[in-house]
Ligand binder design. Structure first.
Ligand SMILES: N[C@@H](CCC(=O)N[C@@H](CS)C(=O)NCC(=O)O)C(=O)O
Length: 274
């Protein structure tokens, strides 16, 4: 059976995200194959918006495995890029690789960056430590919590997810102490690489986890202020649909419906995420 084949969510973005899609309807050297509900897509989208990269937004449903997507990403996962400046066009996939590609492109075009300057190798390494924690620990913990069904598992995985948020906060604190701060943790800071990487799951913790698991974000004033700054940043906000459709789309995860997605299957079988 094809994963996620039983579609029960809207086909397109709503609210600010739909406006952004409509602004990026014209052909471009970079075509972003994405799905409004996907957090891996959203982190790339936020990076493209912040870095000022031109792109065409192309909404696809990765569960239907359209041929044009599978040509770009052999597992048929979004996000994927088609790079029309090459002849024939080339492809890139994997959200973190695409974020790095956009960052490199920006360094010679728009001159914007999500990283501390290259003269500060240590500060950049601290950002990569934050990103490593997000990918390997925080993101899997989010899905384990959302997919867990019995009450004790929900309590245990809820605690595990909070621990990962607290550890991220401690990495941000360390960067503030040692290099004067990275990203938006410090008041007055600009959007950073780790903010873009984790933002989509912070946003879904606020709407989806709150709805299905009664989740509450850590309440320390610094953490709450960071969450607010991040979710309100224009480059983040313009990639968000309205809360209702996330709640609808994530019912499949919250009820741990069989074959929801490759990510959900990996969580259920204890494998690394695809
Ligand atoms: N490691 C990939 C994960 C991407 C991913 O799992 N995307 C999901 C949507 S959120 C997808 O395309 N799922 C289709 C499927 O499960 O077959 C990345 O970071 O880009």
């Amino acid at each position: 059976m094809t994963v996620g084949a039983d579609k029960d969510y809207p086909s397109e973005a709503t609210g600010p995200a739909l406006e952004t899609v409509n602004k990026h309807a014209a052909d471009s050297d970079i075509v972003l194959f994405g799905s409004w509900f996907c957090p891996f897509v959203q982190r790339v989208w936020v990076a493209a918006e912040y870095l000022g990269i031109s792109y065409k937004a192309n909404e696809v449903d990765p569960y239907q495995k359209p041929k044009e997507l599978v040509e770009l990403s052999h597992k048929g996962l979004v996000p994927a890029l088609r790079l029309n400046s090459f002849s024939p066009p080339r492809a890139l996939n994997e959200s973190t690789v695409i974020m790095d590609y956009l960052e490199d492109l920006a360094s010679t075009t728009t001159k914007r960056s999500l990283f501390p300057p290259s003269t500060d190798a240590y500060a950049r390494a601290l950002v990569r430590l934050q990103a490593d924690h997000i990918s390997r620990t925080l993101v899997p913990a989010f899905y384990r919590y959302l997919q867990s069904q019995d009450q004790q598992a929900q309590i245990d995985h809820g605690k595990e997810f909070v621990d990962t948020l607290e550890h991220l906060a401690s990495l941000f604190e360390r960067a503030e102490r040692e290099v004067g701060g990275t990203g938006m943790w410090k008041e007055g800071g600009e959007l950073g690489y780790a903010d873009a990487m984790v933002g989509p799951w912070i946003f879904r913790a606020n709407n989806v986890l709150t709805h299905y698991r009664g989740f509450e974000m850590p309440q320390t004033p610094k953490f709450s202020a960071w969450v607010q700054r991040l979710l309100e940043h224009p480059a983040f906000r313009c990639t968000c649909s309205t809360d209702d459709i996330y709640v609808q789309a994530y019912l499949r995860y919250a009820s741990n419906r069989p074959n929801t997605s490759q990510v959900a299957n990996a969580i259920n079988s204890g494998r690394a995420l695809p």
